[in-house]
Design a protein around this ligand. Structure first.
Ligand code: UDP
Length: 453
């Protein structure tokens, strides 16, 4: 581990990312930033969905054997997968890190382990090795507050909630309604309760790092600090602070940029539901006709395996391609950050994963929000109700609803107003990552904090 930075201050940070796209990307971005500030970076990763070392020659990669079954790597039941990762990876991580720490030269010192909140086994490993550990949250602070509150609501008998309460605001969790809570099978499964307990148990960490922005989440963070005095480092959006290096598991199809170059400014609706969402063929057909009938050009990501039981070639309805022609560009995986920064893109129809949300508002692109599960509903609520830069779309929308939503966002005055607000947000976010801005300063504080160990 003899590189320039180790010689500079000899401090090593071990990162433990969750092997999911939306978690791996911000963790690697955090690594890039810490590396640029003189730390050596070790990425301890599962064999499943491992990052590509050639994209990060400056990092040391430490594979952890995970023994995951095919069902567990499918993440069809995320709870099973997370519990399996946490059970299987603890011993190998402990062994590998103990060996690594044992081999360190006196002028090289492991400062701490920074672990994704889903990889909570890392905390026990750190304690065993007498190393400090810091929790890293890749979702918004309000989502952490929601996890924290779910256990209270459960204990007070508010969960599971009746359908009649779905639209009610959750006490103490403004602006979330019961239907926005990031519950997953919580009502019935013991494992789900256990997992929520583990994910909301942040109070023993000496600090929390969040990929979020102070001006957007002050209220959620100050509520969290009523339970917890240690520092929160709000250092997002990380993609605006880290140099652009590919972190995608899938190959990005860059041809869509040439297609975007030919479209009118702010005319294109970009459609992508992230790395995990699965839809059925009926939904896809409604989407296809909704997009076709909207009259807008669109760039649509249909990820391999994202439509149950179908191959891309057999998915689209007959007569569809003739109807849309050059107005349509469909890819399997897009260079999303570049797409959202492109001047031809005027709107983003999204599942509202937190990375997609940050990437969109950082470029001033308003959204159609179609959240599916976990924190996506929390993010969609922020976008539509608080920040007013997104239109909420109900599940089971049909082609007519989709066409109307696209027109509202892309053509109507309502959409223009949202775009203007999104552009204001972009400017404010830019100020946060500049020298002297809140995220930039928080990053300086984080650096000092790690060096103080
Ligand atoms: N992404 C991408 N190309 C695509 C679709 C998504 O690069 O075609 C990236 C996107 O930029 C984001 C991540 O995949 O960084 C998805 O993370 P998010 O939190 O939005 O959703 P998740 O996949 O975790 O549901």
């Amino acid at each position: 581990m003899k590189n320039q930075e180790t010689q500079r201050h000899g401090r090593v940070v071990v990162l433990v990312p969750t092997p999911l796209q939306g978690h791996m990307t911000p963790m690697l971005q955090l690594g890039t930033i810490l590396h640029s500030r003189g730390f050596s970076i070790v990425v301890a990763h599962t064999e499943f969905n491992s990052p590509n070392p050639s994209n990060h020659p400056e990092f040391i990669f430490l594979p952890i054997s995970d023994n995951l079954t095919e069902h567990e790597t499918s993440f069809k039941n995320p709870q099973d997968s997370l519990l399996a990762i946490n059970n299987n990876c603890k011993a190998p991580l402990q062994e590998n890190l103990a060996q690594m720490v044992g081999k360190k030269a006196p002028n090289e010192q492991v400062s701490c382990i920074i672990y994704d909140s889903f990889m909570y086994f890392s905390k026990a490993v750190a304690s065993h090795l007498n190393l400090p550990s810091i929790l890293f949250r890749t979702s918004c602070a309000l989502n952490l507050l929601a996890y924290h509150s779910i256990l209270r609501l459960h204990a007070e008998g508010h969960l599971p909630f009746q359908d009649s309460k779905a639209q009610d605001l959750v006490p103490g969790l403004h602006p979330l309604r019961f239907k926005d809570l990031p519950l997953s099978g919580f009502e019935t499964s013991e494992d789900s309760v256990k997992l929520t307990q583990l994910l909301s148990n942040f109070t023993t960490s000496p600090a929390i790092i969040c990929n979020t922005v102070d001006y957007l989440e002050q209220s959620a963070v100050s509520k969290l600090q009523q339970h917890y005095q240690a520092p929160f480092f709000l250092i997002g959006p990380l993609h605006k602070l880290a140099s652009a290096t590919s972190t995608s598991f899938l190959k990005e199809d860059t041809n869509c940029i040439e297609w975007l170059d030919k479209q009118a400014p702010r005319s294109v609706i970009y459609v992508s539901f992230g790395s995990l969402t699965i839809m059925d063929k009926k939904d896809l057909i409604e989407m296809a006709w909704g997009l076709a009938n909207s009259g807008q050009p669109y760039l649509w990501v249909i990820r391999p395996g994202s439509v149950s039981g179908s191959e891309l070639t057999e998915l689209l309805p007959e007569g569809f391609e003739e109807k849309v022609g050059e107005r349509s560009c469909i890819v399997k995986w897009a260079p999303q950050k570049e797409v959202l920064a492109h001047g031809a893109v005027g709107g983003f129809w999204s599942h509202c994963g937190w990375n997609s949300t940050l990437e969109s508002i950082s470029e001033g692109v308003p959204m159609i929000c179609k959240p599916c599960f976990v924190d996506q509903k929390v993010n969609a609520r922020y976008l539509s109700y608080i920040w007013k830069v997104g239109l909420e779309m109900e599940n089971d929308s049909e082609r007519g609803d989709i066409e109307r939503a696209i027109r509202r966002l892309m053509v109507d005055k309502e959409g223009d107003e949202m775009r203007q607000r999104a552009i204001d947000m972009k400017d404010k976010i830019e100020a946060c990552v500049q020298k002297g801005g809140s995220s930039y300063s928080s990053l300086n504080n984080l650096q000092e904090f790690i060096l103080s160990f």
